[in-house]
Write a protein that binds this ligand. Sequence first.
Ligand SMILES: [Zn+2]
Length: 358
Amino acid sequence: MLTLEELTSIPDGLLTIERTTDLHTVLKQPTLLHLEGEIKQPLFISVLLHANEDTGFFAIQSLLKRYQDKPLPRSLSIFFGNIAAAKEGLRRLDGQPDYNRVWPGTDHPECDETRLMQKVVDSIAKRSPFASIDIHNNTGKNPHYGCINNVKETSLYLASLFSHIVVYFETPRGVQSMAMSKLCPAITIECGKPHLAQGVEHASDFIETVLHLDTLKPHVNNPPKVDIFHTVARVTIPDSISFAFAGNINDNADNKVDTQQLKQEYDVLFSENIDQINFSKLPKDTVLATVKKGIEQPLKAWDDKEKDVTNDYFSLATSEQGRRQLKLTRSLMPAMLTLDKKIVRQDCLCYLMEEYKI
Ligand SMILES: [Zn+2]
């Protein structure tokens, strides 16, 4: 049975855990920890909604160690999410819903996890939060960036303190930041790949900065300097399509036996370093993959309303060398392209973004 544990002091052992796979020895259930600071209105942080993304946990641990012998500048409420999946080192367990798709506003049918997140929101709402930050990692090569679900000045300002790159998205629904944005400025931060000291340091310094702020209103003469990108589509690979990451689609790798063999074996072949193009502006006609004969829709693109918009973004063409290639039909910027096949199957291949002007 999934219950919410609420604590008001740091449990023994939390600050010395070295791996999130050991967290279950300290926290038995999803846990909300409320710590009092000098300013009473709390900052809300959530970590381990995706349980293999450990940067948030270690950022909190590092911050709490810094304040072991002095009061926090502001109260802090921390939600430690998917403890059961953290034990296994997985994003989520088979049979569990995604812990960042079941917050109030979700399309997911009511279940233990939707009730859990409702309880978290109710508990935080009572404390009238100052701001909310949900901390994540991703698997491909991506810069650190903040995500917002509305373009209010306060959310933008909060995101700008983490990175000048800001992604504005309205789907998927049921994410933490969308639920919390009904209560306070709320953002998600993406801290690159997990397990890296640089990500932990950046996230914990950012939290500390926010704990010291009196207001989230930027100074009139100093508006936030950010580049905003709006997600226009989510790209998935149908279950019936096989795929691999190998070779470089832009070199003439046809003479390489292994690449040739892979082309026979897989329906779609992406280059082995396709995640290098995350957050790059790609011109129209950029080749994204080679595609086996007979495969007509190797990828699917979905808009905010889950409408199939594949043909708006991708087309198939045959190159002069006779290779079938998947091309972009317009200039776009991809994000979160990953080489992790499990993530592609569980979540998506990537998001497509366009520049957004306020
Ligand atoms: Zn995540």
